[in-house]
Design a binder for this molecule. Sequence first.
Ligand code: ADP
Ligand code: MG
Length: 326
Amino acid sequence: MDEVSATQPERAARGAEDCVIHTRALTKRYRGGQLAVDGLDLTVPAGSVFGFLGPNGSGKTTTIRMLMGLIEPTSGTARVLGHPMPRSSRAVLPHVGALIEGPALYGFLTGRDNLLRYDAADPTADPRTRGARVAAALDRVGLTAAAGKKARAYSLGMKQRLGLAAALLQPRRLLVLDEPTNGLDPQGMREIRSLVRELASDGTTVFLSSHLLDEIEQVCTHAAVMARGRLVTQGSVAELAAGARGRLVVTTPDAAEAARVLKEQAVADVVVTDDRVTGEPPERDLAEVNAALVRAGVRVRGFGVERASLEDAFVALTGEGFDVAG
Ligand SMILES: Nc1ncnc2c1ncn2[C@@H]1O[C@H](COP(=O)(O)OP(=O)(O)O)[C@@H](O)[C@H]1O
Ligand SMILES: [Mg+2]
């Protein structure tokens, strides 16, 4: 059955079974009254790289902690790999690699010894193959050369990679990464992103939170957008961006005159920056708008509609800008 002809209940029922993460009305109110997550319905398809996007304080980490069984929801349900959480933590968590809010590392141990220790804490891990597992994980994240250095001498990016290596000691069906590039320099961010892509191409579902829109656009196939504890929207990244209309962009040395004409042509939200005039594309034929500019003597050097970004979608959906600070 295709997506379109499936009825709402059919879709919901199928979702609960086939989805790697599925929440219904998931809610967390912290002691003290803070409503951190409010009625969240999240559906993460198998094999996706799923971006969990939202400004700081929008409830991402709280959601992830509920998914990983670290805290109890106030109400609602969460299923991970088809099992209810936190009830099925013991069955589910061995299949999930997680990196939440910075890995816990022992600074006085080397990178390798940190992983050996981490692996030893896993009762299902065979001690005879420990060394090989650790070596493979170090190799995977590009830390082989630095494996003998004490973790406290690692850069933030290296620490994140070591945390990721810990999550990769066992084959995982799901990786949950909470802001894995937070605090990294551009090079470190690129490295983590390419690692995520690599893992996804092996078939692992990756659920990654971020407050950076372009990051989500670069690596994710799907995304959910959070604002103030509530889900704003979710779907494939292509769908989300398509939901927002692009902007009309006119490049001209006669920007002021162009702006006047565009307003006359029912173009809303006209903004002039140097030789670029942008606005919301009107319902009418754009050829007419272009002709009106030319008729008014505006020297049009460029005329077109720029593709909407996820950021446009976010702004359109929430009417808010995106907090990218910190
Ligand atoms: N342990 C806690 N006790 C009380 N409030 C909390 C706690 N953790 C987070 N919060 C609050 O819940 C909201 C969501 O926080 P969080 O889930 O950390 O968001 P994000 O990860 O998107 O930045 C914020 O207002 C935050 O201050
Ligand atoms: Mg967080």
